[in-house]
Structures are given as C-alpha cells and as structure tokens.
Ligand binder design. Structure first.
Ligand SMILES: Nc1nc2c(ncn2[C@@H]2O[C@H](COP(=O)(O)OP(=O)(O)OP(=O)(O)O)[C@@H](O)[C@H]2O)c(=O)[nH]1
Ligand SMILES: [Mg+2]
Length: 234
C-alpha cells in the first residue's frame, strides 16, 4: 500500500506499506515531540526482514509476506526513562531488482543499521560482509550503531550457520549479535530487545528534527548529530 505523503509529515521519503503501532503512550502534543531515529534493516531476500520488523511494530508474526518492493515503512514509539523515542524502521527489499533505484534513500541520514541473515541459509550469512561493505560505501559513519541478527532460529533442524561462526564474524566487526525468530511467539521479547538495544544506544545521540520553514525544505528531516556520526568518513 502506498503511503500518502502529506505536507507536514515528519518523513522525507516514504515508499511501500506502512504499519504504525503505538504500543506505548505518546507525549501530549503540547510537550516535547518524540525524538525520531531512522533504522534500516538490510540483508538478502527471504531472510525475514519484513517479519522481524512486523513482529516488533505489530506484535504478531506476519503470515504470507510478499517480497518487499523498494521499502516498507514501520514505526513504533517507545518510552525510555520517561522520554518518547520514535523508531522509524525502514524494511528494505533484499532483491536487487526491487532495491537498486532506492539505495541512496535507504542510507541517507540513517541512525542505525540492522544486518539480517537466515540461520538456515549459509549463503545469506556469507552475504553479510557484502551488505556491510555496501553500507560503508554509502558513507554511513563509523559511529552509526550496527547490529547483526540471525533469524529463523525456530527451524532448529535446518540450521546451516553455527552460532560460533556468526559470533566470530560479528566480533570481527565489533557488532553485537542476536539470534532469534520472528515466528516463534516466545521470542517476541527477544525481538523487542534487539530494537531496544539500539534505542538505548541512540538515546544518547542527538535526534532528527523537522526543518523550520525559514530553513528551507519544509517537512524534511535534517540531521543534528555530530558531523563524524552523520557524514561520510570515506
Ligand atoms: N520459520 C520461520 N520462517 C520465517 C521467519 N521469519 C520469516 N520467515 C519466513 O521467511 C519468508 C521470508 O520472510 P520475509 O520477512 O518476507 O523476508 P524478507 O527478508 O523481508 O524478504 P524480501 O522482502 O524479499 O527482502 C516468509 O515465508 C516468512 O514466513 C522465522 O523467524 N521463522
Ligand atoms: Mg521484505
């Protein structure tokens, strides 16, 4: 479903489906708005990016997802230590033909990156360094938090990627590693923990905020973070 982009929307580029859940309370409009952080979720097609993000934002397992075209957009607002934090999650397409025209949008002003592979697919794990490389090529600064997630842990008999190998790769990049399942209800809190880990890290960063009209580009996001966290390091 395409999203209508209304004047005053907080988001600069939105494509594909939208699911928005308010699982925790928002602040009132007359108080400070939630800080907004953009998180992109990338990895091979079929690893479960859509199901993971849907699990976090919608609370359930999405049955029969279709391949993502471009990007699906979801969001969830969290209350962390009395502060509202809005996570704007970009669920990207794994298939090259559905992503090639969109790549620049994915990485622009990103605050955190989640690299997903499927524990039952060695090839999806072997692709992770390529995704990391693409991310760096698009000038995502070294201070932008990155984490690795192995999905589909419920398929125990079909596992192809041992935890030790995944941990070794994650350690080589100094990324935290999570293994989980978007499908298994008992893993729901673990999926939440992945995003909460990032949210707590991001909480100490400065937020995106709306440009004022006299700053040009009404309704577009700009980045208030320190330059080394937000700009090209390459
Ligand atoms: N058993 C199991 N299946 C899963 C899990 N997560 C996703 N799937 C299944 O894996 C398939 C692909 O899931 P998606 O979430 O659409 O994968 P994707 O990474 O978003 O794929 P693209 O949009 O093409 O990049 C679907 O058939 C899901 O039902 C999981 O944790 N366990
Ligand atoms: Mg998808």
């Amino acid at each position: 479903m395409a999203i209508e982009h209304k004047p005053g929307d907080e988001f600069d580029t939105v494509f594909g489906q939208s699911d928005s859940s308010e699982l925790t309370s928002h602040r009132d409009h007359d108080t400070a708005p939630a800080r907004i952080f953009k998180i992109i979720v990338i990895g091979d097609s079929n690893v479960g990016k859509t199901c993971l993000t849907y699990r976090f934002c919608g609370g359930t397992f999405l049955k029969n997802p279709e391949a993502t075209i471009g990007v699906d957009f979801r969001e969830r607002t969290l209350e962390l230590d009395g502060e509202s934090i809005k996570l704007q999650i970009w669920d990207t397409a794994g298939q090259e033909r559905f992503r090639k025209s969109m790549v620049e949008h994915y990485y622009r002003s990103v605050h955190a990156v989640i690299f997903v592979y499927d524990v039952t697919s060695l090839s999806s794990f072997e692709s992770v360094p390529d995704w990391i490389e693409e991310c760096s090529r698009h000038c995502v600064g070294p201070l932008v938090p990155r984490i690795m997630v192995g999905n589909k842990c419920d398929l125990r008999d079909r596992r192809e990627v041992p935890t030790t190998a995944a941990q070794c790769l994650a350690d080589s990049y100094n990324f935290p590693l999570f293994e989980t399942s978007a499908k298994e209800p008992a893993e729901k809190e673990h999926v939440d923990a992945i995003f909460l880990t990032l949210a707590y890290r991001l909480k100490s960063h400065k937020p995106l905020r709306l440009k004022q009209p006299n700053e040009g580009g009404v309704g577009r996001l700009w980045d208030q973070r320190e330059p080394e966290a937000a700009t090209c390091q390459c």
